[in-house]
Write a protein that binds this ligand. Sequence first.
Ligand SMILES: Nc1ncnc2c1ncn2[C@@H]1O[C@H](COP(=O)(O)OP(=O)(O)OP(=O)(O)O)[C@@H](O)[C@H]1O
Length: 917
Amino acid sequence: MQAKATESRREPTLPMDTNARRNFIKYHAKLGEKPSTTVRFFDHSDCYTVHGSDDCELVSKIVYKSTAFIGALLPDEKETLQFVSLSKANFELAVRELLLVKNLRVEVYIKRNEWQLEYRGSPGNLLQFEDILFANKEVLVGNNMISLQVKLEGGTQRRVGVASVEQNDCQFQLLEFLDDDFFTELEATVVLLGPKECLLPSVEGEYVPVKALLERNGVMITVPKNSSANDLLQDLNRLLRFAKGQQEDATGLKELQMQLASESLKVAIKYLDLVNDAGNLGHYEIKQLDLKRFVHLDSAAVGALNIMPKPGTHPSMPSYRWQSILGVLDQCRTPQGHRLMGKWVKQPLRSQEILNDRHNIVECLLESSDTLETLSLDYLKRIPDILMLTKKLMRRKATLQDLFRIYQVILRTPKIVQVLLGLENSTVESVICSPFKGFLEDLTGLKQMVEQVVDFEAIERGEYLVKSSFDSRLMELQQTMNELYEKMQRLQSKCNDELDLDGKQQVKLENVAKLGYHFRITLKDDSVLRKNKNYRIVDVIKGGVRFTSDKLEGYAEEFASCHSRYEEQQQSIVEEIIQVAVGYAAPLTSLNNELAQLDCLVSFAIAARSAPTPYVRPKMLSEGAGQLLLNDVRHPCLELQEHVSFIANSVDFKKDKCNMFIITGPNMGGKSTYIRSVGTAVLMAHVGAFVPCSMATISMVDSILGRVGASDNIIKGLSTFMVEMIETSGIIRTATDKSLVIIDELGRGTSTYEGCGIAWSIAEHLAKETKCFTLFATHFHEITKLAETLQTVKNCHMAAVADADNFTLLYQVRPGVMEKSFGIQVARLANFPEDVVQNAEQVYNEFEDEHADKQNKEDKALLEKIQVAIQQLSTAGNNTEINVEDLTQLVTQFTQDIKQLDSDYFKSVLASSEAKA
Ligand SMILES: Nc1ncnc2c1ncn2[C@@H]1O[C@H](COP(=O)(O)OP(=O)(O)OP(=O)(O)O)[C@@H](O)[C@H]1O
């Protein structure tokens, strides 16, 4: 087995002699430098190659998991070139990985007379690679890109125009807005649309921060070459789907009043060469993107809440489920369902009405588990990717089989509607059943056409044919073929008699592609045949001897010619049918979207039911209602991991009573998990899913914002401190009293002094000014003091118990501040070497002594100050200049000093004097 595995990994040999290699090296040198984000492949028809050290290393590692397969074209000569050769299958594997996972560009060169660039693709432009990437595979990823332009306005403000192109759904979305220095709004747009690639006019000047933002969000940047300009209106007139009766002219479209966005769209249409794909013409829709419809998410929140799985994780992989919210919720059965779910989780909604509908439907499905099962396993599982089939139709690449698959969906959908109507739920009827009925009505003509044209009997034999009765020419040809076949059958029985073999029908009449009709007998009867001069042997194979006669050959040729004429005639009919079917693209797309939506809702119900503890329906209150109560909230991903027995916790925010929790506790104590669980549940509720709680009341939020551990966000050129400042300033600007903010480890990447300062000021601002609901996990115990001055701030901590030998993390949230730091115990728990732990313990104790010393010194200094003051007062005697007011002021000043000093001694003095008073 082992040997075989190695064998299949071996690279193909390169079919080039020395001369060809020499020429190729010269040609390659002439091609010149390329960006490091582009990988060039060369198609040698028998195999593919990549060249140069970077491409070789990258591709070799992807395909062969090693660099041992890198060779040199002419290793003994001065001018040489590294190469890796690949079979077609490995080339496809590499292209898939480079475009879909690594977010790189690919170019494929092919040799005609000269080498020339044949295909080119990038993460946002997969068109030319669709066959390679998605042949026999479901298209599970969205395929969208954005194009944007920035203009300085009035010296300080930035106007941003964005055009998004979703190629799968044939959709343009435009928006334009004024943004701040940190491009907060642009970031929300990028998070919402999740593009793979972005077109920019430049990466210099005002685009520098845009570039950084895009890189932070994992978006590939392309600066298209300035080639001849295209005419946007002309392009749109060809691409857009105009409503019936609407004038087919894009001139007056209100979306085009956004000039920067329109300019960006023009660039994108040109870059993607959309007008040159027949599949696009007349099918695009243009919309204005309204960010206000969606909960604002920043990239830190998307990261902290693990919304999306790692790139390249396929739904069939076991890790897919517990890595991300998408993985947990995506139990879809159809490719279109998977794609829509990918969108939904990134686009939580602010419409209470739509969310109520979604929650109603999920609840109703959960109440009828039989229906849920039937829908998921019997119906949705069998629904093909209608969108991709429709695209094939539009490109005139569809076959009769594709048409039949569409027909099957049209046939099955009424059954789905029937099952749904059985639920007797008004939301299900209005949101799902009614639209379904409308689209099905529109598709009646298509259904009837397929029934008239397609030969259903032939499909049972696995053939996709046009019914001969549909066309008189076909009928004639079919008739002739039937007669010829009968004649050949008569020859077969004659031959059987002549050869006089044992048993009946030893002579088989067969038809194979290259030979046409012929006879066959087994190898053991070969000698009988050779004696008979009426027959000629055609070839000998394992299964027997193939032979023919003059007459059979004549019939066979005639049959073959009829057959090819039949196919030609059939093909022209199929083309006509496809032409008609293209007219149904709009209702087919709507049917596709509707089925995708149903699949997502069924998926929510399945996710809710199959969780270790079933999820519950959240009670949604309107924005501003000011309540967030989650009882026993769990982290949906963590609770799925086998070794974890999850401890649920609760949270209870109430406007004007409690809008901030400061969470402290030992390292690894569960702080991050707790705050992320809350964020995750709120997000899931806003997507329309049920939530991992025992009870949930959630006021709708306008944004979920985050700031989490610095380590994963460090990017080139920006210090940790800067990243922290950028992200937190975004929060300060965006958050309102209707937002949820989760902050974890703020200030940790900087010096303690600065870090604590940032953390304190942000926490204070959010609690005092913004008044949003905030979960603030921190190691800075000083921040817990905020609760002393602000009533709406509450402290809580992750509980742990420790004695001399044992230390146990309880993962339970308890009110108040943790008394003791357990860093050293955690180190012991994490199996740090004992000597290191002991050393730390010693340092800690010394530090504590030093701290106590410092405290004593400060106490003493204040005491001295007070003593001097008292001295002054007493020596003043009857001095009338000291009045009662001055005295009161002095005492107030001392009291404040004492409070700030954080001295246990003075605090106790103060407390006792206050008690006495
Ligand atoms: N509620 C819980 N129930 C069970 N296990 C939990 C729970 N919360 C956390 N854990 C476990 O503890 C680990 C550490 O949790 P987490 O990262 O939330 O701690 P932390 O307090 O934020 O740590 P640090 O302060 O070091 O960043 C998790 O990976 C998980 O395995």
